[in-house]
Design a protein around this ligand. Structure first.
Ligand SMILES: Cc1ncc(COP(=O)(O)O)c(C=O)c1O
Length: 406
């Protein structure tokens, strides 16, 4: 049965919002969770708090069934055929590291990223370069922070074995043209890994259409439980990838000196898993599907337009990234002359219970290259409304007028 829900009443499903805990504009870090996700996590602990794939009793079987259903839901959600192409991880970072260390890259091979990547898609390559001599090149963002496809093309060559770029920036909210990136990478015989952490919560992601080899994402940014992520890989790529961890549940027959790996995806899920997290993941995907991405995208676009129009003439305020609200994906990063971003965030929280993020957002090289010390960042999601934005904008205006340099 297809459940359809209205975005206008979604706020009522979130206990944090019902409790009136303030204006939450930090969803790029972690989203809030609806009742159905919290109930699914509780269901695991109350109904079947056991493991999957080991014991044969009914409770354990119930967990296994839910895991299978969750992978099937993932395949439907992301537009692919095979549920076994989805690996449960702790977060997006684990998926990116799994690919970084599993591909067998060596001296002479090069990885191309962009200069606007999150630490999770930057540090693994620095470490790999240090440990194995793998080369690195970065495409350079345009003036307003957007991915520059021409700069990317210039970094490509036959030595490039992997391209790893974000689908959406956690600083500017700009979307990378990942389908075009994947096509170019393929022309050079390179594999493609996409960091979908900020895109998957806000856009309809069609993995078959993008045609990347790997796509890693954070479930905790898309209404799911904390500490859950997904690594998608094409079946043949997952078969070739060496897991990051080995052990129980990830092996076939073993001897004292030999071990057979389990089939994909189990070989990547060594040890007992976060089963409650998997139950919650399915509930989160079901919730997002019932609202629908057409509604989510349209709603977030309206919110972003409202932010821009409300803050247009605030003295001393500058925006990080493009000034066109339609080119941003739920993220508004800004600075106020004369104030540190942490001060802005603390004042908004203490004075008006408005929760935003501040600092460099794990994108230190990007800020360093622009000579900017960081930014305050408001990030929206489907449960925010116009009143949240107006409260935020009026608080920012007050801070700028009373404390900023202008
Ligand atoms: C663009 C981007 N990539 C990767 C990550 C890391 O995600 P996770 O904490 O799920 O590993 C984040 C988290 O904020 C992010 O914004």
């Amino acid at each position: 049965m297809v459940v359809v829900m209205k975005i206008a009443t979604a706020r009522d499903d979130f206990p944090t919002l019902r409790a009136g805990k303030g204006v939450y504009l930090d969803s790029a870090c972690q989203s809030l969770r609806p009742d159905s996700v919290i109930e699914a996590i509780t269901e695991y602990y109350t109904e079947c708090p056991t493991c999957s794939g080991r014991s044969v009793h009914g409770m354990a079987a119930a967990v296994s069934v839910r895991i299978d259903e969750t992978r099937e839901t993932l395949a439907g959600f992301f537009g692919t055929d095979d549920p076994n192409c989805y690996v449960f991880t702790r977060n997006c970072t684990e998926g990116l590291n799994t690919v970084a260390y599993g591909l067998g890259l060596k001296r002479g091979d090069t990885v191309v990223t962009s200069d606007a990547e999150h630490n999770s898609n930057n540090i693994p390559w620095i470490m790999l370069a240090e440990a194995s001599g793998v080369g690195r090149r970065m495409s350079v963002s345009g003036e307003d922070g957007e991915f520059d496809i021409e700069s990317f093309k210039e970094r490509m060559g036959r030595d490039v074995k992997l391209v790893s770029v974000q689908h959406c920036s956690n600083v500017t909210g700009c979307v990378t043209p990942v389908k075009a990136v994947a096509e170019i990478a393929r022309d050079f015989g390179a594999k493609v890994l996409i960091d979908g952490s900020q895109a998957a919560p806000h856009l309809k992601v069609d993995l078959d259409g993008i045609d990347a080899d790997f796509y890693s994402l954070s479930v905790h940014k898309m209404l799911g439980p904390s500490g859950m992520g997904i690594l998608y890989g094409k079946e043949e790529e997952l078969m070739r990838l060496r897991p990051l961890m080995f052990g129980g549940g990830a092996a076939g027959r073993t001897g004292y000196d030999t071990a057979e790996l389990a089939p994909v995806p189990d070989r990547f899920e060594a040890g007992l898993q976060d089963y409650a997290g998997i139950f919650g993941t399915k509930a989160a995907l079901d919730y997002l599907s019932a609202i629908g991405f057409d509604a989510i995208v349209a709603h977030e676009r309206e919110l972003m337009r409202l932010i821009f129009s409300e803050l247009e003439d605030v003295p001393g305020l500058s925006v990080v990234g493009p000034s066109d609200p339609d080119r941003r994906c739920g993220i508004y990063s800004f600075n106020i002359d004369g104030l540190m971003s942490h001060d802005i965030a603390m004042i908004l929280d203490n004075a008006d219970a408005i929760m935003i993020r501040s600092g460099m957002h794990c994108a230190h090289p990007f800020f360093g290259s622009k000579g900017v010390a960081g930014s305050a960042r408001a990030s929206t999601y489907l449960y925010n409304n116009g009143s949240d934005i107006r409260r935020f904008a009026s608080a920012v205006r007050k801070v700028a007028e009373q404390l900023g340099d202008h």
